[in-house]
Design a protein around this ligand. Structure first.
Ligand SMILES: [Zn+2]
Length: 288
């Protein structure tokens, strides 16, 4: 499968920033790890793609951000984190919950996510002083919710199309299109973005057919920047050791006796880091 990528360029005489993301392979990896229902895959994939776009604006090697969409729907929270290297990870609270499709046959992402709640972005530009931005959810359909976030929290009108096409657990196409007028670009640029985005109602099919470059070429013939987007968690058994160490020797041995081993679960990539008796002895020394 093709790598997931983000393509970025300026159009409209430099007044509008255009980004196209093909996140198909990254969303597939998340779906395989988490065992998503179709609607969970769509909700996750749309959110993942929008967060990858946010991460593409991060400056500095150590900057990162985390997004929580909490709409009160049956799917629970969606949490996605990423860094300036576009290494992304995340999960859906209730990944196996399914819903019947909407009357128009589309997956009911709004029903799964809910709309009584907030979208929260916590970004850390590597300074250790995180910035938190929050906006109210509009529909739980994700694209509109991120548009509202950009407008209210960053004062940047942004036209967004997001799509995920799923069949029998396979992600056939996932991606996003983002049109953002540069500061001071004027009303004309804003209307241009709103009109253009209306033409991309079937984005997941377009991504599946043409890829990110083909979609970008529908809007410009010019040069563009390309970067890879990865589903990659930064957890490891080494990092999980600190959770074990924080238990303290007595509690760690008590837990070991109770369960025969100790598991540290990473929600972001659905991985268990397992510690055996030998591991615990290595960390704390033998039980006394
Ligand atoms: Zn992990």
């Amino acid at each position: 499968m093709q790598k997931s990528i983000i393509l970025k360029t300026l159009i409209q005489g430099g007044k509008v920033s255009l980004a196209v993301i093909d996140s198909t392979s990254a969303v597939q990896e998340a779906a395989t790890r988490h065992g998503f229902s179709a609607v969970a895959a769509a909700a996750f994939g749309r959110t993942f793609t929008a967060v990858a776009y946010l991460c593409s604006w991060l400056k500095g090697e150590n900057s990162s951000l985390a997004v929580t969409v909490n709409g009160g729907g049956p799917g629970g929270k969606i949490c996605i984190a990423g860094d300036s290297g576009l290494r992304m990870r995340g999960f859906v609270e209730n990944p196996s919950v399914g819903l019947p499709p909407r009357a128009d046959g589309k997956l009911d992402v709004g029903g799964f996510v809910g709309k009584d709640g907030t979208l929260t972005v916590v970004s850390d530009e590597g300074t250790g002083l995180p910035f938190t931005g929050t906006s109210q959810l509009v529909s739980g359909e994700i694209a509109e919710d991120f548009s509202a976030y950009f407008l209210t929290s960053e004062q940047r009108p942004t036209a967004i199309a997001l799509g995920v096409k799923v069949k029998d657990g396979t992600i056939l196409g996932a991606g996003g299109l983002f049109l953002q007028p540069l500061p001071g670009a004027g009303e004309e640029a804003v209307s241009f973005c709103e009109e253009e985005i209306g033409k991309f109602g079937r984005l997941s099919s377009l991504i599946a057919e043409k890829g990110a470059k083909g979609v970008l070429r529908m809007l410009t013939d010019g040069p563009y920047d390309a970067r890879e987007v990865l589903f990659r968690c930064h957890c490891s058994k080494k990092r999980a050791e600190s959770a074990i160490l924080s238990l303290g020797k007595r509690d760690a041995y008590a837990l070991l006796r109770e369960q025969g081993r100790i598991c540290v679960h990473c929600h972001y990539c659905n991985t268990d880091h397992t510690f055996t008796k030998e591991d615990i002895e290595r960390l704390f020394g033998e039980e006394t």
